[in-house]
Design a protein around this ligand. Structure first.
Ligand code: CTP
Ligand code: MG
Length: 230
C-alpha cells in the first residue's frame, strides 16, 4: 500500500495581505506550494494538491508542480471555500491503494522532510492519528468580551499544533464524513478525528514548520531559507 500527502493550497491568504493566493506567493523566488510539495515528494508516493478555485488554476498548478514531485505521483484538484472542503475534495481524489495520508498546509513551506517521516513512522508504529506540536512559549490568558483577563491558563499542558498531520486513510475519511463535520470550521484535521473519540498521538514538532500567516512570517521564512542555503 502507498502513502500520500494531501496539500490544501486553496486559501486566499487574507492575513498576508494583497498579492494573490498565498500558496503561490514567492519564497526565495518560488511559490510556497512548490517548497512544500518538493519536500513531500521525497517522502510519500502520491501528492494530492487542492489548488485555488480560480479558472485554469488546476492546469496551471499541475504544470508548476509536475517537475517538482520527483518520483511521486501528482494529482491536482480544485479546492473549496474552506480548508476542510479543500481537504475533502483532495481525499476524494486519492488513489485506491493509499493506506496512510499526511495532510500538510501549503502555507508551511519549510517543514522538514524529517518531520513528515517522523509522523509516518508513528503511524507505522500503530497510531491512528498523529500530529506534530510544540510547547507554547508565550504566557496564555483567557479574556472576557471586554478584553479583561479572566485567568492565566496553565501552558504546560498546551501544545501549538502544526502539519504534516498523519492519519490512517479510513480514519481521516470517516472523520470528514461524520455527521455534523460539515458544519464545523475545523482549522485542522485532527480536530475532526477527536470528535470520533479516537486517540490523537502527539510527536515533537519542528520550529521550521511554522505557518506563513502574516507578513512577518514571510520575512522569517526568507531568513530561514537563506540560512539553510548558506
Ligand atoms: N486552505 C485551503 N482552502 C481554503 C482555505 C485554506 O486549501 N478554502 C489552505 C491554505 O491554502 C493553507 C492552509 O489551508 O495552505 C491553512 O490555511 P490558512 O493559513 O488559514 O491560509 P489562508 O486561508 O490562505 O489564509 P487566510 O486565513 O489569512 O486567508
Ligand atoms: Mg484561512
Amino acid at each position: 500500500m502507498r502513502t500520500a500527502a494531501v496539500v490544501p493550497a486553496a486559501g486566499r491568504g487574507e492575513r498576508l495581505g494583497p498579492g494573490g493566493p498565498k500558496a503561490l506567493r514567492l519564497l526565495a523566488g518560488r511559490p510556497l506550494l512548490v517548497h512544500a510539495v518538493q519536500t513531500l515528494g521525497q517522502v510519500v508516493d502520491v501528492v494530492v494538491v487542492a489548488a485555488p478555485p480560480d479558472p485554469g488554476a488546476v492546469d496551471d498548478v499541475t504544470a508548476l508542480l509536475a517537475p517538482e514531485v520527483g518520483t511521486a505521483q501528482l494529482v491536482v484538484v480544485a479546492g473549496g471555500a474552506t480548508r476542510q472542503e479543500s481537504v475533502r475534495r483532495a481525499l476524494a481524489a486519492l488513489p485506491a491503494d493509499v493506506a496512510s495520508v499526511l495532510v500538510h498546509d501549503a502555507a508551511r513551506p519549510l517543514a522538514p522532510a524529517a518531520l513528515a517521516r517522523s509522523v509516518l513512522a508513528a503511524l507505522e508504529a500503530g497510531a491512528h492519528a498523529v500530529i506534530p506540536a510544540l510547547p507554547v512559549t508565550d504566557t496564555v490568558k483567557r479574556v472576557d468580551a471586554d478584553e479583561v483577563v479572566v485567568e492565566t491558563v496553565d501552558r504546560s499542558v498546551l501544545r501549538a499544533v502544526q502539519t504534516p498531520q498523519g492519519f490512517r486513510r479510513v480514519v481521516l475519511e470517516q472523520a470528514h464524513a461524520a455527521p455534523g463535520a460539515d458544519a464545523l470550521e475545523a482549522t485542522d484535521d485532527a480536530g475532526l478525528v477527536e470528535r470520533l473519540g479516537l486517540p490523537v498521538q502527539v510527536v515533537p514538532g519542528s520550529e521550521e514548520a511554522f505557518k506563513v500567516t502574516r507578513p512577518l512570517d514571510l520575512v522569517l521564512a526568507e531568513a530561514v531559507h537563506a540560512a539553510r542555503a548558506a
